[in-house]
Structure formats: structure tokens, C-alpha cells
Design a protein around this ligand. Structure first.
Ligand code: DC
Length: 218
């Protein structure tokens, strides 16, 4: 592991622009981008395709103990592959969007995910996008952002993508679950991008990061 690796934690609800802004930041800085939502989606996809009952936490945990998953860098992103395969398109289906919130609250799943997400440090400096990165995965990082956008704007973005994903319902579940609920870390910078383009938002975050990095001498 690179001892001095920098992590930018980027949390927020679905369709808040985390992915677009996070990838922009990572590319500008030469950091690896990690989409942790994709990891929860990949586990959900794997369970469904192998006939694992996702309403039974014991079955899901038995699966995660031995599911042939490994981290790999592809196109600048750290990805979770299952038996060498990254199901990029499959995990964006409405079926996965509407069932992932059954898998993500399972405590043992979160323990496995947090450990695996921390292992991403082996790949160097990171921009990591998720729900609990600043609160649970890398609470020690001094670089934390919490991105939001209004419910209307987020629903419009999902619709424009052709998705029937029920973002409001999923966010309600994510925010109300007892294990690692969606909430900003106390020291996170809150950014509302309802009325800004992704580029303007990401440039703001980049400038904020650079000045803080300078102050901290990192
Ligand atoms: O970011 P996304 O919409 O792809 O995330 C999919 C689901 O995974 C979302 O409903 C919440 C969950 N998730 C989580 O619980 N913790 C994370 N760090 C990332 C995602």
C-alpha cells in the first residue's frame, strides 16, 4: 500500500452528479476513480444471476465469502471484477437499481465492502464515490465532499438517462438504514449542484482540494 496516498471522499445521494464530477477530478489529478456503488451493484447482480435469495442475509454472506471477486485498474478506474468480468452494462439495469438497496444494508456485506474499498489504496491516490466514504471507509481523510441536488433535478437526470429508477425511494432507504446511513461527515464540504453544470461543480471542488492540500502540505 502507498502509505502517503491521498483519498478524496465523495458522498451523496443518487444522481447528485458524484460520478461525473468524481471522474473529472480523478482525470485532472491523475488519481484513480472508484465507484463504490458499482461494487454493491455487482454483488447484487452476481446474487441474482446465480439464484441467491437476496432477502436472506445468510445466503448473501455465504456468497460473498467466495465469489471470485478481485480489484483491477481498467481505463483509470479501480473496478471490482467477478471471475475476471466487469458487468458494466448489466449493473445499470432498473432491476439492479431497484434491488441493490436490499443487499447494501446487510452488515456483513458492508464490512466486506469497506475492507475491499480500503484495499484500493494499493493502486495509489484515489477519488472514491459512494454514500459512506467520508463517514466509514476513509473517515481519516481531510478531503471530503458531500454532493447534493434537489429531488426534482435528480429525478429529471435519471429520466433523461432513460432510467425508471425510483431514486427518491432508494435514497429514503439509504438514509434511514441503521448501518452506515447516507449522511455527510461532520467535516465534509457540502456542495449543491442543482443549478451548476458538472464542469463548474468539479472545478470548484478541484480548486478547493488544491488549496486545502497546499495548506496541509500534502
Ligand atoms: O451510487 P449508486 O446509485 O450506484 O449506488 C447503488 C446503491 O448502493 C445505492 O442504493 C446505495 C448503495 N451504496 C452504499 O450503500 N454505499 C456506498 N458506498 C455506495 C453505494
Amino acid at each position: 500500500m502507498s502509505k502517503n496516498a491521498i483519498v478524496i471522499a465523495l458522498d451523496g445521494p443518487s444522481a447528485s452528479g458524484k460520478g461525473t464530477c468524481g471522474r473529472y477530478l480523478a482525470r485532472k489529478l491523475g488519481f484513480r476513480f472508484v465507484d463504490t456503488g458499482a461494487m454493491y451493484r455487482t454483488l447484487t447482480w452476481h446474487c441474482l444471476r446465480t439464484g441467491v435469495d437476496i432477502t436472506d442475509p445468510a445466503r448473501v454472506l455465504a456468497t460473498i465469502r467466495n465469489w471470485g471477486a478481485e480489484l483491477k485498474v481498467e481505463e483509470g478506474d479501480v473496478r471490482l471484477l467477478v471471475e475476471g468480468y466487469h458487468p458494466a452494462a448489466e449493473i445499470r439495469s432498473d432491476e439492479i437499481s431497484n434491488t441493490v438497496a436490499k443487499v447494501s444494508p446487510i452488515a456483513g456485506v458492508r464490512v466486506w465492502m469497506v475492507r475491499t474499498q480500503r484495499e484500493c489504496l494499493a493502486f495509489g491516490d484515489l477519488v472514491m464515490d459512494g454514500r459512506d466514504i467520508g463517514t466509514h471507509v476513509f473517515p481519516e481523510t481531510p478531503f471530503k465532499f458531500f454532493l447534493t441536488a434537489s429531488d426534482e433535478v435528480r429525478a429529471r437526470r435519471r429520466k433523461a438517462e432513460g432510467s425508471k429508477d425510483n431514486t427518491a425511494e432508494r435514497d429514503r432507504r439509504d438514509a434511514s438504514r441503521t448501518v452506515a446511513p447516507l449522511e455527510p461527515a461532520r467535516d465534509a464540504v457540502l456542495v449543491d449542484n442543482s443549478h451548476e453544470s458538472p464542469t463548474v461543480t468539479a472545478e470548484f471542488m478541484l480548486a478547493h482540494f488544491q488549496s486545502r492540500r497546499q495548506v496541509l502540505g500534502l
